[in-house]
Design a protein around this ligand. Sequence first.
Ligand code: ATP
Ligand code: MG
Length: 204
Amino acid sequence: MAQTWKRLGIMGGTFDPIHYGHLVAAEGARHAFQLEKVIFIPAGRPPHKTGRKITDPHHRWIMTELAVASNPYFDTSSIEVERPGYSYTIDTVREVRNLYPGAEIFFITGADAVLEILNWKNVNELLEMCWFIAATRPGYPLGNLKRRLAGIDPEHVKRIIPMEVPALAISSTEIRARVREGRPIKYLLPEPVEAYILNRGLYK
Ligand code: ATP
Ligand code: MG
């Protein structure tokens, strides 16, 4: 039986692997927007990351589970991992709306992702269905957002809300490179995730 959340956050990502940048953005959004729950949804097949081999969704989903376990407001969902084909946010938001009718949905992204939003599938429909929270991220100035969104309906632009979070210059790309090169990843991600990566020999 689905819960009846009124204000629901979705944290989407490839999470290859999940790290403190993701967790700090999600927790910041939860607090700032009084979200009752934030659901982390690892992408099954991200359409924009076709250049390199993405880690098996099963591993990414387990790491996400391990990362959110200590936060009672956080949860995970495997809906994107289970859906065949590319993972489009529009399909995910539609599915979440069906699962939690009446919930106001807040989709949490980092600045880099939101700056690319015009390339997302059915962006106008998406902005009618949910709010976007754009967390600051080092290297991706949100000041460019207004200019970037010049072509879209001002009512839709209002649906994108910038949010200041403590700057963490952490990326999954950097973590994968560190593992490959034998450099430490400790303190960049939760310890159970670090242990999982090392035990399974991921990113070698
Ligand atoms: P990769 O380097 O593989 O692209 P990533 O660190 O960017 O990985 P993603 O899974 O691509 O992580 O990102 C998921 C979401 O989290 C995106 O909306 C992204 O902007 C946001 N995000 C990731 N890292 C940070 C960070 N350090 N600060 C704020 N937001 C972040
Ligand atoms: Mg990324």
